[in-house]
Design a protein around this ligand. Structure first.
Ligand SMILES: NC(=O)c1ccc[n+]([C@@H]2O[C@H](COP(=O)([O-])OP(=O)(O)OC[C@H]3O[C@@H](n4cnc5c(N)ncnc54)[C@H](OP(=O)(O)O)[C@@H]3O)[C@@H](O)[C@H]2O)c1
Length: 222
């Protein structure tokens, strides 16, 4: 399978690239800083330099041609303000989905966030509220598409603890933390399970091995 990952130098993306190349997938990662290319090459991932906040649809389509699947793992990041939540977490995700649809890369995963399912409470920090609204807007756009076999993944608070290989994956998990290692493992498993298309899933660390958790969600659709 050929998989293109947006935000290819992100902390989850780098982990996912290692998992996918190790199992024999062909992987490309979209980065905006050429100096990050070496970190992708280290896992056998093809670096593709493209800034999703300034790229045209045609540019991004070109990078997705021949791909079977696309993963949106980009984000404006912790140091950014509300404007970049909109241009990256919302607009770049929509651009990437438009391009995937145009290129025929039907399987589409997006890393959203727990909390994007509802309007943030009034006392929420304004930048965090903008972030959650941007994630929600991207998710709504993607979930309305028939031209993609999409899955929206909403992890709880991310940590860099070592992965446990055990998770809780469901429409509603309750709040919790999840390691980036385990998010990457779940994304890799979701790519292989088309019956998780059309689902919006929350993810926290839990007791169920990743493969079993993904199989259980897939089985709900029969
Ligand atoms: N932190 C949490 O607790 C939490 C919880 C749930 C979900 N999430 C979401 O999970 C996702 C992945 O998390 P993570 O920790 O792996 O993120 P990360 O390390 O911050 O990676 C995000 C990547 O997006 C890239 N990016 C930003 N703007 C871009 C642009 N214009 N074009 C192309 N790439 C661009 C960044 O590249 P540069 O190096 O060039 O900036 C970076 O490599 C994010 O969307 C995050 O919001 C986070």
């Amino acid at each position: 399978m050929r998989i293109v990952i947006a935000g290819g130098h992100g902390q989850i993306a780098l982990r996912l690239e290692h998992l996918l190349t190790a199992r024999g997938d062909e992987v490309a990662g979209i980065i905006r800083k050429p100096e990050q290319a070496g970190d992708l090459l280290a896992s056998g991932t093809e670096p593709v330099v493209c800034d999703l906040e300034s790229a045209s649809l045609e540019d991004v389509v070109k990078h997705l041609e021949g791909a079977d699947a696309a993963v949106f793992a980009a984000g404006a990041g912790p140091g950014s303000g509300a404007a970049r939540k909109e241009t990256v977490d919302h607009r770049s995700a929509v651009l990437f989905a438009d391009a995937a649809e145009r290129a025929g890369a039907r399987r589409f995963l997006i890393i959203s966030s727990m909390g994007a399912s509802h309007e943030p409470p009034p006392d929420t920090d304004p930048v965090f509220a903008a972030y959650l609204r941007a994630k929600a807007a991207a998710d709504d756009d993607i979930r309305a598409r028939d031209g993609l076999d999409w899955t929206v993944l909403r992890p709880g608070r991310l940590t860099n603890d070592p992965g446990t290989g055990r998770v809780k994956l469901a429409e509603h998990t309750g709040r919790g933390e999840i390691t980036r290692d385990d998010v990457a493992a779940v994304l890799a498993a979701l790519l292989d399970e088309p019956r998780t298309a059309g689902r919006t899933l929350e993810l926290i660390n839990g007791d169920t091995p990743v493969a079993e958790a993904v199989a259980a969600v897939a089985a709900e659709r029969g």
